[in-house]
Design a protein. Structure first.
Length: 215
């Protein structure tokens, strides 16, 4: 058997890497981030020196390998790509770019691994991380729905229709507006606290479910 065509093999590793990535994303947002807000200076310094760099190593590489196995899976199922997988994949790719392009470069400054203004870098990394948390539930929902939904939408089978697919365009517009805020905007009330970002992520998932179900 050609391993490169074994969909089950790559799907298993895609899920494994994804669990590691999203699990660490939730750890940073829900546990470590809240802890360092109230930690004593010595404890906070210890987290930044010993714990965070190690966790960020696993975090960023899990993100990359989730993406790489996802690309292989997309190639394998290219004849069955629909609105759900396009929207979910778009969020996943932007989340990866946020990890490597915003979170990690700015966290290096916060952790003292690179010179820079930590007072500026910290909020930038936090905003991108909260944006990824916001994306996480709808992204996972759409990925699962694309594989197990009862009536998947096959855009690749109807390329002339996909270009003017209003549902897809609306979904992509929402995603890129949120991402634009992650790059140039600020921490909004909808994602400021742990509770608010969890609620907002589920609300966003419901919104995308309505979008893809109204086709």
């Amino acid at each position: 058997m050609d391993i490169l065509t074994d969909q089950a093999f790559f799907r298993a590793f895609h899920i494994l890497f994804g669990i590691t990535w999203i699990g660490l994303l939730y750890y940073f947002n829900f546990i470590q981030g809240e802890y360092v807000k109230i930690a004593d200076p010595d404890a906070k310094a210890d987290v930044f020196k010993k714990l965070a760099p190690n966790a960020l190593w696993w975090f960023r590489w899990a993100a990359l390998f989730t993406f790489l196995t996802g690309v292989i899976l997309l190639h394998q199922i290219s004849v069955r790509i629909g609105t759900e997988i396009i929207l979910g994949s778009t969020m996943g790719i932007l989340m990866l770019l946020n990890v490597w392009g915003i979170i990690w470069p700015n966290q290096k400054i916060v952790l003292g691994l690179k010179e820079g203004d930590a007072s500026v870098a910290g909020p930038k990394a936090a905003l991108a991380s909260r944006t990824n948390t916001l994306f996480s539930v709808p992204m996972l929902m759409l990925m699962v729905y694309s594989a197990h939904g009862s009536v998947p939408s096959n855009l690749m089978a109807h390329p002339e229709w996909s270009i003017t697919n209003t549902n897809l365009l609306v979904g992509l517009a929402i995603i890129f507006i949120i991402q634009a805020n992650a790059i140039w905007g600020k921490m909004l009330p909808a994602i400021t606290s742990v509770r608010s970002v969890i609620v907002s992520s589920f609300v966003l998932a419901v919104a995308f479910k309505i979008i893809v179900s109204s086709m």
